[in-house]
Design a protein around this ligand. Structure first.
Ligand SMILES: NC(=O)c1ccc[n+]([C@@H]2O[C@H](COP(=O)([O-])OP(=O)(O)OC[C@H]3O[C@@H](n4cnc5c(N)ncnc54)[C@H](OP(=O)(O)O)[C@@H]3O)[C@@H](O)[C@H]2O)c1
Length: 323
């Protein structure tokens, strides 16, 4: 097998690819031949040692995989060689093969491709948690999504569309805004050139009900000010770099709420709640109620380019590595 290895916390181009013997499953485990591995913004932070959790070195990045089961330990029941599965292993996905806990793999729902399945759980899990557990997005409400052409942004649009909300997508380039429109956004704002607050207020007829913010930085302030009476501001991430300081008077005015989202921490504190959430996600994705985009594929050997393109804001859509 081949695996991407992070030997030291260093720039992305220090990643190497190593040859290793194919794994055989230890008790309770299965081996999956990876057909697609989801590439997430957070993976780039991991390998550079910029994330709040630092994995022990050396490690193989990659928290999302989809593929075929090729070996099953003798004590495992309910998973069979040949099953098409997805899993969220946290690390280890950037490889041709991954040894996984049998309890952690689930059948790929419906007719999803390996790529769609590998790119599903982190973005959609976060957004289903955000819009149905941390706040309750109601039919007919207006949602402003920042970074709308990225992984979280596109999932936010799809979940909000499914819940019957109106979506305004904000992003930096025309190809990202096109991707957002294809995912279901009704209106768009090119936030590098247009006034975010003014346009969001105009498009929504007075102010938005919910802001989904995975970007932070200089867009946070105008997005907060675009919220109407009782509006909710969802703090998801800081892809823009700077952690914003939100003015408390703008939260007080209009009875607004600022809501923090840490889906990963919640999955550990409430595994049963997360099981239910993931069950719901698989049902919605399998039935076609949710429509994840077909991701952009990079060969495993191009891992450095994939992570660099994501970090440099060049990607419109989701990215997967294909071994
Ligand atoms: N809270 C949670 O539970 C949770 C869960 C998953 C992810 N996250 C976080 O959410 C954030 C977004 O993740 P993602 O998967 O959507 O990432 P992504 O696919 O890379 O999208 C991020 C978007 O941020 C925008 N951006 C603005 N300034 C940027 C900059 N300087 N560098 C890079 N991107 C910039 C880009 O859109 P424009 O070019 O259009 O501005 C880009 O499309 C990350 O910080 C991630 O850690 C949080």
């Amino acid at each position: 097998m081949r695996a991407v290895v992070c030997q030291e916390f260093a720039p992305i181009d220090h990643l190497v690819i190593e040859e290793r013997p194919d794994p055989t499953p230890s008790p309770g485990k299965v081996v999956v031949a990876v057909r697609a591995a989801g590439v997430n913004f957070v993976d780039g932070l991991f390998v550079q040692g910029k994330y709040q959790i630092k994995p022990p070195l050396p490690f193989t990045p990659g928290g999302e995989v989809a593929g075929d089961v090729v070996a099953v330990a003798d004590d495992v029941a309910g998973v069979n060689v040949g099953d098409r599965v997805l899993a969220m292993p946290w690390l280890g996905g950037y490889a041709t093969h991954d040894e996984l806990a049998a309890g952690g793999v689930v059948p790929i729902p419906g007719g999803l491709s390996y790529g769609q399945a590998a790119a599903l759980v982190q973005s959609y899990g976060t957004m289903l948690f955000s819009l149905t557990r941390r706040t309750h997005l109601a039919e007919g409400e207006w949602v402003l999504v920042l970074g709308a052409g990225g992984g979280i942004g596109l999932a936010a649009i799809d979940v909000a569309r499914h819940l019957g909300a109106h979506v305004i997508a904000a992003a930096s380039s025309e190809d990202k805004l096109d991707a957002a429109r294809a995912a279901g956004a009704e209106a768009t704002i090119a936030y590098e050139t247009e006034d975010l607050k003014t346009r969001a207020r105009e498009l929504s007829g007075g102010g938005v009900d919910v802001v989904v913010d995975p970007v932070g930085d200089r867009f946070a302030d105008p997005a907060l000010r675009a919220l109407k009476w009782m509006g909710r501001y969802l703090v998801i991430g800081f892809a823009g770099g700077e952690i914003p300081r939100l003015p408390a008077n703008q939260v007080l005015l209009n009875n607004r709420s600022v809501i923090g989202i840490d889906w990963g921490a919640w999955t550990m504190r409430d595994p049963e709640g997360n099981q239910a959430l993931l069950g719901e996600l698989m049902t919605l994705a399998g039935s076609g109620a949710l429509r994840p985009v077909e991701p952009i594929e990079y060969p495993l050997d191009d891992v450095v380019r994939a992570l660099t393109d994501l970090q440099d804001r060049k990607v419109a859509g989701k990215v997967v590595l294909v071994p």
